[in-house]
Design a protein around this ligand. Structure first.
Ligand SMILES: Cc1cc2nc3c(=O)[nH]c(=O)nc-3n(C[C@H](O)[C@H](O)[C@H](O)COP(=O)(O)O)c2cc1C
Length: 356
């Protein structure tokens, strides 16, 4: 039986414990560049004891940003500020991870605190791309440009280039974002993908973009470092992508060299009925772990250290990811250890904090 504070080794990378910080967009970059905000935001999670810190959805091309202020890794100049951050994370014992992403048909919006609405081109918005010319709806009513096969291959190439830059920036863990209605997920789901060519229709065709992109990324990502894919394990809509599809895709991703499936859900359409509750997505992590035989990450409403410890002890997932609770308490792992273990965690903290 593993505990929350046991180390975990995958390929040549050892996570000091089973707690990761989930990727969270900060909408605080200029031209995609990381800055002091990101150093402090991400750095606090390392000093707080997390085993893994995953930097926010980072766009592989400008068109793939959700907002004009999203992070990016589409040019070499963006590597330097990230390298400073990964060095800090590693110096303080955390594995430095990054999520690479393309926003697809959900691109070109304003920041959440500026209304979370579609931006017109006159206010800095742009034409979104997707598998089919079907809009997300609600706050994002613009139908995307239906990508040609050549454009699909071009985006895969952008993922590969960004993956190379992630290596140069010192990351030790990379995650392909194929969840939450963004580009890869929009290819997977029959709700957003109505294509009649080799990228739409059957399960084989709808999963082609994700599998091809993952395969190409794996070729340039070092053999000794782990890779993950974040899936929306279900669309929560009748006729949409379902957990059975996620199990099958996870098996195929494992065969391509994936080490983890990060198990999220939803966000492909605005009106799905999602049964939010503490740990409501854990059953997906458990099922994929058992049925696809791949390590999983559980995320969603995990705030209680005892719940996190149980998820690991019961073998329902290999890593728990904390998102919003880590914004309330960036040192959540240290607090959880204090509650569960007393002082026995201090060896996992920076020396400056060893007295906690
Ligand atoms: C501010 C914020 C930004 C987020 N940005 C991302 C992101 O960049 N990529 C992603 O996959 N999920 C993102 N999410 C979702 C979280 O990673 C996480 O899956 C979700 O919040 C559920 O976990 P929680 O209940 O612990 O908050 C974001 C969530 C929040 C609150």
């Amino acid at each position: 039986m593993s505990t929350l504070f046991d180390p975990f080794t995958v390929r040549n990378v050892t996570f000091r414990n089973r707690i990761g910080i989930s990727p969270m967009c900060q909408y605080s970059s200029q031209d995609g560049f990381a800055n002091d905000w990101h150093l402090v935001h991400l750095g606090a999670f390392a000093t707080g004891g997390a085993g893994l810190v995953i930097a926010e959805a980072t766009a592989v091309e400008p068109r793939g940003r959700i907002t004009p202020f999203c992070a990016g890794l589409w040019e070499d100049a963006q590597i330097g500020p990230l390298l400073r951050i990964t060095q800090f994370l590693k110096q303080h014992g955390a594995v430095a991870g990054i999520q690479l992403a393309h926003a697809g048909r959900k691109a070109g919006a304003s920041r959440p605190w500026e209304g979370d609405r579609l931006l017109g081109e006159e206010e800095g918005g742009w034409e979104p791309w997707g598998p089919s010319a079907i809009a997300f709806g609600d706050n994002l009513p613009r139908a995307p440009h239906e990508m040609t096969v050549q454009e699909i291959h071009g985006v895969t190439a952008r993922f590969v280039e960004a993956t190379r830059r992630a290596v140069a920036a010192g990351f030790e863990f990379v995650e392909l974002h194929a969840a939450h209605g963004y580009l890869a997920h929009s290819f997977l789901s029959p709700l957003s993908n109505h294509r009649a060519d080799e990228y739409g229709g059957s399960f084989e065709n709808r999963t082609r973009f994700t599998l091809e992109t993952f395969r190409a990324m794996r070729q340039v990502w070092p053999e000794n470092l782990p890779m993950a894919v974040r899936l929306s394990c279900t669309d929560w809509v009748e006729g949409g992508w379902a957990i059975e599809d996620s199990v099958e895709l996870s098996k195929r991703l494992k065969a391509e060299g994936a080490d983890f499936i990060d198990c999220s859900s939803g966000a492909i359409v605005p009106d799905a009925k999602i049964p939010f509750a503490p740990g409501f997505q854990v059953p997906f992590a458990e099922r994929i772990r058992k049925e696809a035989g791949i390590a999983t990450m559980a995320v969603g409403g995990i705030t209680d250290p005892r719940m996190a410890a149980e998820i690991i002890a019961e073998g329902r997932a290999d890593i728990v990811l904390i998102a919003r609770e880590s914004l309330r308490d960036p040192h959540w792992p240290a607090r959880a250890a204090h509650e569960l273990l007393g002082s026995r965690f201090s060896s996992q903290l920076p020396v400056q904090y060893c007295m906690v």
